[in-house]
Write a protein that binds this ligand. Structure first.
Ligand code: MSP
Length: 523
């Protein structure tokens, strides 16, 4: 039997009743950064994303648009793919739950649970929010409306199959106990444990009041409850019920990234379903926070959704990727504002990083005809820089492994700031006026270029396009993709004599009228 040899990371699969907004892109970018980071460590990675198409929202959206549901899907799914492309998302697969490779194994899974007696027939009476695709109890509603979407819930009474979720309470609590990082961050873990301790009810496993969905194989007037079907994308995409060898090399997932609104499905229902089927559970479920607008979750339902392309067009792909991960502590809620994005772009990217690169490359061109100079032997003021680089690379590695993406990136920026400080202190532009100081200039320029090499590597998962440009400017022959961490970040990797080019500005400053920028910076 093959052993697991792949780091497997997933995004939720998105409801395609509308185009993506910043919230969806947030989950996807974070997952992409983690996937790229693990590839950079030399691991085999499988990164899955996709679309959740068996939801009632789909025929409803199609009807509102005067279209057939399948025609709707064929038109909307490419609009999601386009955004992922523009955001440089490096997924290895994109699963759609209407595909046969998903539907067939889902039916087999359902049959297996039914045959084991894990699923039984009953009647459901309750309240349902189609936006959440979830049942609610009366006391969970806010002013009689869905607590997440603020829209009216629907009264439902129908014949359903039920999954014996209630019988998994102890096994789930044992799972959280034995694997303290199964749910992260800790605050979310505590919420999940409290929820499960409060007692679990059996879960609706099928629906009968509509036909859009995956039919129950032994009773086709039922369709499988969309969440039961959707969660299985994580296994159907990697060979479950189809290619056992592949399945065993990839499953279980190392981490499912989800927003906190869908944590219970992933941390309670999903492991229980897998246990019922006799399959291994994922290693971790990480719930990030919400992007807020006016203090509330950004959403299309509330008309606060912002389309990612609006920001990508203005700031570029890499600045977009950087901004959300740096600005919002990963795991916590955070607000987006245009002003804070401009302020961060200009401060961190245009000034600290972009200017650093253009200054160092310009000096290399001016003083050494573009060639990486040979630094004189023996320690100089750059020894401290080398130490800071090593510390930053170490902290980056440790924080990224812990999925603390915000601090991982911050560690790299501590280094960026240190390089800037070093250059101001040594002032190679002043030394260059004195021919007797040629060695000191060579030392400083080498240190600057070597710092850029390390920065191009460390920032590559977050800003792949910028790193590729900087790498090309540095003229290093070995491909950036082959730089394996942690070794590649060790000081001294840049070879003297390498021919650099100045390249275009990495992050041209965004000019805003001064009043607006000052307001943003003060927020
Ligand atoms: N289809 C289900 C997931 C099934 S996974 C087996 C779903 N889809 S969704 O399109 O509604 O949302 C997908 C993800 O986007 C969730 O992780 C959700 O938290 C995230 N976001 C949607 N709005 C968000 C914000 N405003 N902020 C951050 N992320 C949010 O749920």
């Amino acid at each position: 039997m093959p052993a697991k040899d792949t780091y497997y990371v997933t995004t939720p699969i998105y409801y395609v009743n509308d185009v993506p907004h910043l919230g969806h892109a947030y989950t996807t970018v974070a997952t992409d950064v983690v996937a790229r980071f693990h590839r950079q460590r030399g691991e085999r990675v499988f990164f899955l994303t996709g679309t959740d198409e068996n939801s009632q929202k789909i025929p409803r959206a199609a009807e509102a648009a005067g279209k057939d549901p399948n025609q709707w899907l064929e038109e909307i799914v490419p609009r999601w793919r386009e955004v992922w492309e523009r955001l440089d998302i490096s997924h290895d697969d994109f699963i759609r739950t209407t595909e046969e490779r998903h539907v067939k194994p889902v039916q087999r899974f359902a049959q297996a649970l039914y045959d084991k007696g894990e699923v039984y027939l009953g009647t459901y009476r309750g309240l349902y929010c189609v936006s959440c695709e979830q049942f609610y109890k009366e006391d969970e509603l806010v002013d009689g409306k869905c607590p997440v979407h603020g829209i009216p819930v629907e009264h439902v009474e129908e014949e359903n199959y039920f999954f014996r979720l209630s019988s998994y309470q102890d096994r789930l609590l044992q799972l959280y106990e034995e694997n303290p990082t199964f749910v992260q961050p800790d605050e979310r873990r505590n919420e999940v444990i409290a929820f499960v301790k409060g007692g679990l009810e059996d879960l609706s496993f099928s629906r009968t009041t509509f036909t859009w969905g995956v039919p129950i194989p032994w009773d086709p007037k039922h369709v499988i409850y969309v969440w039961v079907d959707a969660l299985q994308n994580y296994i159907t995409a990697v060979g479950y019920g189809d290619d056992d060898a592949r399945f065993e090399r990839i499953w279980p997932a190392d981490v499912h990234f989800v927003g906190k609104d869908i944590l219970r499905f992933h941390a309670v229902i999903w492991p229980a379903l897998l246990m019922a089927a006799g399959l291994p559970v994922p290693k971790q479920v990480f719930a990030h926070g919400w992007l807020l607008v006016g203090g509330e979750k950004m959403s299309k339902t509330k008309l606060t959704g912002i389309h990612p392309l609006e920001l990508i067009d203005q700031f570029g792909t890499d600045a977009y990727r950087y901004y959300f991960l740096r600005e919002v502590q990963f795991g916590a809620d955070g607000s987006f504002s245009w002003e804070s994005m401009v302020a961060r772009y200009n401060a961190d990217l245009a000034n600290d990083y972009g200017n650093l690169a253009s200054r160092v490359l310009a000096m290399t061109a001016a003083y050494f005809d573009g060639m990486v100079p040979e630094p004189p032997a023996g320690p100089g003021p750059e020894s401290r820089l080398a130490e800071v680089a090593a510390a930053a690379a170490g902290r980056y590695d440790e924080r990224m492994l812990a999925l603390d993406l915000t601090e991982g990136i911050a560690a790299v920026w501590d280094f960026v700031k240190e390089v800037n400080r070093y250059l101001v202190e040594v002032a190679p532009w002043a030394l260059a006026k004195d021919p007797a100081r040629r060695d000191d200039v060579a030392r400083a320029i080498y240190a600057g270029l070597e710092s850029l090499r390390i920065l191009a590597i460390l920032t590559a998962p977050v800003m792949p396009g910028t790193s590729a440009k900087l790498w090309a400017s540095l003229g290093i022959e070995a491909p950036l993709a082959e730089q394996v961490l942690p070794g590649a970040a060790a000081w001294g990797g840049l070879r003297p004599g390498t021919r650099t080019t100045r390249g275009e500005a990495l992050f041209p400053r965004i000019e805003v009228d001064e009043g607006a920028e000052a307001e943003g910076a003060g927020e």
